[in-house]
Design a protein around this ligand. Structure first.
Ligand SMILES: N[C@@H](CCC(=O)N[C@@H](CS)C(=O)NCC(=O)O)C(=O)O
Length: 297
């Protein structure tokens, strides 16, 4: 009897065996597809349960000193707070339809890319926080936004993961011992390759620092004596600037990159503290584990 079953499942001829192998691969493929589909349906149900018109922000878990290691996630969370948009956070699925973090789900619809999300929410909720900006100021701030999101970001990313090999960065995160071990293995080579493709990775570490310093000096110049980039009150672009500068201020402890905001341009550190005070009365509660870094200027 047993032999008979074996004979059917694993026959003697190669054609029969090939058929069995093909059928097995088909079953594995379909099972994986089914598991993936079920998981997605379950997740979708969870995401939809946040309620109508509530934004679900998918992002990474908090760090020790700063609510997010992703400048773009911090940008969005700051924007939702500034614009009084109801939101909840999901840290289980940080990577969205474009393979990047952050992204959002709202009323069953997924939107990816922080800037598209800002535009989407601004339009949908008729957000008016930039209404007081004159066209010249608004245009200048857009240029500042591109500077931080597309240029400063690459300097910090390349230094954090490749040049510094994640050493300083890991001090600011509450990763598990396993993640602490594997994270640099992947990130170092991955970011090296991508930074080289982008272009910044072709510069020396000194040159990358120089570019970052120049960016910070430009930001300090634009900020001038103002409290926020938007003036007396923050505007949408402040959220992007804060998201990026917070990475230097809180996620680069003891490094010369941190010193760019705390020592070289203390007006930028004061700015970070003003944004934190304005938008995050619960800052310390968001951190994981609760640990407050002294911020003396
Ligand atoms: N343009 C995107 C950039 C998002 C982005 O680069 N996110 C990083 C985390 S800070 C990411 O997901 N990286 C993963 C990857 O590129 O594979 C946005 O504004 O949302």
């Amino acid at each position: 009897m047993m032999e008979g079953v074996v004979g059917v499942v694993w026959p003697r001829d190669w054609l029969g065996r090939g058929r069995t192998l093909l059928a097995s691969l088909g079953i594995i493929f379909l099972t994986r597809k089914f598991i993936k589909y079920r998981k997605k349906t379950q997740l979708r149900r969870e995401w939809d349960s946040v309620g109508k018109d509530v934004v679900l922000l998918h992002q990474f878990a908090s760090g020790k000193y700063c609510p997010n290691l992703s400048p773009f996630a911090l940008k969005l969370e700051s924007f939702f707070r500034l614009a009084n948009i109801k939101y909840k956070v999901d840290t289980k699925t940080p990577f969205g339809p474009k393979g990047k973090c952050p992204w959002i789900t709202i009323n069953g619809e997924d939107v990816a890319d922080s800037e598209f999300i800002v535009e989407h929410i601004t339009q949908r909720y008729q957000v008016q926080i930039d209404a007081r900006l004159d066209p010249h100021k608004a245009a200048t701030l857009q240029a500042v936004r591109v500077l931080v999101d597309e240029h400063l970001f690459w300097c910090v990313l390349t230094w954090r993961y490749w040049v510094d090999g994640c050493v300083t960065f890991l001090k600011s995160q509450s990763f598990s011992p396993f993640l602490r071990f594997v994270f640099p293995l992947f990130m170092k080579s991955g970011i090296r390759r991508r930074s080289r493709e982008q272009g910044i990775g072709r510069h020396t570490p000194e040159e990358i620092y120089h570019i970052c310093k120049k960016n910070c000096s430009t930001l300090a110049g634009v900020l001038g004596e103002d409290k926020f980039f938007g003036g007396e009150e923050p505007c949408t672009v402040d959220c992007a600037v804060f998201g990026q500068l917070a990475q230097l201020m809180w996620n680069a402890p003891g490094s010369r990159y941190e010193a760019l905001v705390t020592k070289v341009h203390p007006s930028l550190a004061r700015y970070c503290l003003s944004m934190k005070e304005k938008l995050y009365p619960d800052w310390n509660k968001l951190l994981k584990p609760l640990s407050v870094m002294p911020t003396t200027l």
